[in-house]
Write a protein that binds this ligand. Structure first.
Ligand code: PMP
Length: 401
């Protein structure tokens, strides 16, 4: 069978990344890796989940936990999330919450919902790689999302039309973005809403790291600002994607969307076509654990990640040669380095692994056009003090060499 003869055109955009392949080789014990971007497994609330799963298997609960369920998601969890969203300034009801299998599924569904081949997606430059991966299947063209840009919206639309489609949405992580760790300030959020209004497009707000603020003052989510403007979530254009992956555990595969009911209704149809509903057992256990320990647990992991962030920033201050700049995130899991022009993160990674036994993610892959090869992403989420000090010293030697 010649599989390439029968593949749909979207497959040409769905490639295994060379970097992912390279990063698979990093399990060797002497390599210090800042390449992951995953939560520290030592912080998982495993005991709480053990109790919650046991509770879900009690005879009175198992008939629900193991049965088919509704596509919108497990109602008690949706109700708990209404409280969480309200706590960050988003006035919504249970009808505005839709449970997904991780926020990654929300990105896939939103691509499916909004993109026809040739349409334009506005994305930050750089963007979360997984979002580009999710959208790629729907064959869009990408254009740079700059909240502060004052390009004429008509010109942006004309360019999209010339490329064979229309501008369909703006996607961004407003808080502690993957890969830069940066946060969009309030004026940027308001400017972005203005721009989205001028272009008449939705805003997809990726809140995957929203709960992980360690420093500075919280900024209202774009959805909250949108509601403030419109007076009612039903009139908003912002689609907020949340996740338990960075706070409780990614293996649960539980995320959510908070948006106008019309959006939720469309997503329900997507889910019915794709997987009927997110796993009931995961949702029930998440609901139990979230109600019992969420705030205390998140407070604790914030402390741990904050310590690692500070340690890595201090090591970078010490070790980076002149010409290297880096972000100073107020939360999340990442620090983003910009190296002198002409350096290539991918080429450096190969040398870092073979000669210095240290790893990171080259930044070029996070740009929809592969530009800015002189960037790298570091994650501090799973690193010990010793690994941070030694690993950053090794990167310093690599860059000076
Ligand atoms: N958005 C961002 C910005 C992420 O970094 C990730 C995970 N790396 C996701 C979404 C997807 O997370 P999940 O599907 O586990 O909720």
């Amino acid at each position: 069978m010649q599989w390439t003869d029968v593949l749909a055109s979207r497959n040409s955009r769905m490639k295994a990344s060379e970097i992912r392949e390279l990063l698979k080789l990093l399990d060797q014990p002497d390599i210090i890796s800042f390449a992951g971007g995953i939560p520290d497994p030592a912080l998982f609330p495993a005991q709480d989940f053990a109790a919650a799963f046991q509770q879900a298997m009690a005879p009175e609960n198992a008939s629900v936990a193991l049965q088919y369920s509704v596509s919108e998601g497990y109602r008690p969890l949706r109700e708990w999330l209404v409280g969480q969203m309200r706590a960050i300034g988003v006035e919504c009801g249970v009808e505005n919450i839709f449970i997904t299998s991780g926020s990654q599924q929300a990105l896939d569904y939103l691509g499916k919902l909004l993109l026809s081949p040739g349409d334009t997606a506005l994305v930050t430059w750089p963007t979360y790689l997984g979002a580009l991966g999710a959208f790629n299947a729907y064959e869009p063209r990408y254009d740079r999302l700059d909240p502060y840009a004052n390009t004429d919206p008509a010109a942006v639309r004309a360019e999209a039309a010339q490329a064979g489609g229309a501008v369909k949405f703006a996607y961004l992580s407003a808080d502690f973005a993957n890969p830069t760790g940066e946060t969009l300030p309030l004026d940027g959020r308001l400017a972005l809403l203005d721009r989205a209004e001028a272009l008449n497009i939705p805003v997809i707000e990726d809140g995957a790291y929203q709960s992980l603020r360690f420093a500075g003052r919280p900024i209202p989510p774009i959805l909250a600002l949108d509601i403030e403007r419109c007076g009612d979530i039903e009139k908003t254009r912002t689609i907020y994607c949340g996740s338990f992956s960075k706070t409780l555990a990614p293996g649960l595969r539980v995320g959510w969307v908070c948006a106008a009911t019309e959006v939720v209704g469309r997503l329900v149809l997507m889910k019915q076509a794709a997987d009927l509903h997110s796993p009931t057992l995961s949702q029930m256990a998440t609901d139990t654990v979230a109600r019992r320990v969420f705030d205390d647990h998140v407070a604790r992991i914030r402390q741990v990640y904050d310590h690692r962030r500070r340690r890595m920033l201090a090591a970078l201050e010490r070790e980076m040669p002149s010409g290297v700049t880096f972000t100073r995130p107020e939360g999340g899991m990442f620090i983003w380095l910009t190296l002198p022009e002409g350096m290539d993160g991918a080429e450096l990674l190969a040398r870092a692994v073979s000669g210095h036994r240290v790893a990171f993610v080259p930044g070029g892959a996070f740009f929809a056009d592969g530009s800015n090869p002189n960037t790298i992403r570091l994650s501090y989420s799973c690193a010990s003090d010793e690994q941070i000090d030694e690993g950053i010293a090794r990167i310093g030697r690599l860059l000076r060499g």
